[in-house]
Design a protein around this ligand. Structure first.
Ligand SMILES: NC(=O)c1ccc[n+]([C@@H]2O[C@H](COP(=O)([O-])OP(=O)(O)OC[C@H]3O[C@@H](n4cnc5c(N)ncnc54)[C@H](OP(=O)(O)O)[C@@H]3O)[C@@H](O)[C@H]2O)c1
Length: 340
């Protein structure tokens, strides 16, 4: 069977399509014929750099995928051949409080990922895909979707009427926009592109800010909210945005610390305005299988479909990664076995 692997760190040219050993099926495992895989910014980071805790090359990339069950181990009870399933980001985090050893089984990093024809996973790592969702839709949920869900609802306790600020128009941010709008929140979203901002309005954004033409966007957030600030900030930028996010948050509000789009350094601005506002920063790293289930239920109930920017055939994984690196996308990028 074929798999894409990171043969050499750097750019998409370091990816190679190779013959990969057929997965062995343990008694608790499910063999899945992969139909769709989605890309996350994390996958680009894994491709570009060797990271502590990640497998060395050759590493099968990508955490998020969906497919059809083709075989089951002797002790599997929840699935049967023909079922349509998706995998959870942390293989072993089913529910409850996070444990550091869950990092030892994160696909496309500490263990091999899903950008391959067949994948064997323990049944506890899988869920049926939400009703009415395509394989492509389901493949977008485990990392970006769950992260936005956990940030806003599980850790943020978002209520109708709250104000949400989310940064950029990539995978996590567009999920945050869609979920928050469905819950009756007012969403302010930023982008480097006026064209993309028009599209966010079509998805229900309340206000939009171009962060290139309005570099002091935190002041604009305060103006738009009549000096109240945002109850929830979906912080995706890292050092270049965290200081401004702190200045954008409302009294008693929450910053979901999620992203590293501009690196891992601390912000140059003071973090003490958090104290004056009695606000908090919550570190968020994806979620448990139960969060993936809750997200799926919410999306079905509210008739929300993931916003997929482009679907690339399996053979064109390098081009899909180039598209991700370009930042031209809006929402999610998917690689599909079905569109070949
Ligand atoms: N902690 C977690 O669990 C978790 C989970 C998922 C993702 N993440 C992290 O969250 C971040 C976003 O991930 P993603 O997969 O959604 O990425 P993505 O789809 O690649 O998003 C890229 C978009 O982010 C926007 N952006 C880039 N630099 C920005 C800046 N300085 N200010 C505001 N927006 C900026 C741009 O939007 P415009 O083109 O509109 O300007 C760009 O197109 C990444 O750092 C990723 O590693 C963390």
């Amino acid at each position: 069977m074929k798999a894409w692997v990171i043969e050499e760190h750097g750019g998409p040219q370091g990816l190679a399509l190779v013959d990969w050993p057929q997965p062995e099926l343990g008694d608790n495992d499910v063999l899945v014929a992969m139909r769709a895989v989605s890309l996350n910014y994390r996958d680009l980071g894994t491709l570009r750099h060797a990271r502590p805790g990640n497998l060395p090359p050759p590493l099968v990339p990508c955490s998020d995928g969906a497919g059809e069950v083709v075989a089951i181990g002797a002790d599997v009870t929840r699935f049967q051949p023909g079922d349509r399933v998706m995998g959870s980001f942390f293989r072993d985090w089913i529910e409850g409080r996070f444990r550091m050893d869950y990092h030892k089984a994160a696909g496309g990093g500490s263990i091999h990922g899903v950008l391959r024809e067949e994948w064997a996973a323990p049944e506890h790592a899988l869920l049926p895909i939400p009703a009415g969702f395509s394989y492509e839709d389901a493949a977008t949920l485990p990392c970006a979707g769950v992260t936005a869900w956990v940030a806003l609802f599980k850790r943020g306790d978002l209520q109708a009427g709250d104000t949400v600020l989310t940064l950029g128009t990539g995978g996590v941010s567009i999920f945050a926009l869609q979920l928050a709008v469905a819950a009756g929140a007012r969403v302010i979203i930023t982008s480097s592109s006026d064209e993309k901002l028009v599209r966010t309005r079509e998805l229900g954004a309340w206000e939009t800010i171009n962060y290139l033409t309005t570099p002091d966007w935190e002041k604009e957030v305060f103006r738009l909210t009549e000096k109240q600030g945002a109850d929830h900030v979906v912080e995706l930028g890292g050092p270049a945005t965290l200081g401004k996010s702190i200045l954008s948050v409302a009294a008693g509000g929450q910053i979901a610390l999620i992203g590293v789009l501009t690196g891992f350094d601390p912000p140059k601005e003071s973090i003490f305005p958090l104290m004056a506002r009695n606000a908090r920063i919550e570190g968020i790293y994806a979620g448990a299988r139960h969060d993936l289930a809750a997200l799926g239920n919410f999306m079905v109930e509210h008739q929300i479909r993931p916003l997929i920017d482009r679907v690339f055939p399996f053979g064109e994984a390098r081009t899909a990664f180039e598209h991700l690196a370009s930042g031209r996308h809006f929402g999610k990028i998917v690689i599909s076995k079905e569109s070949q």
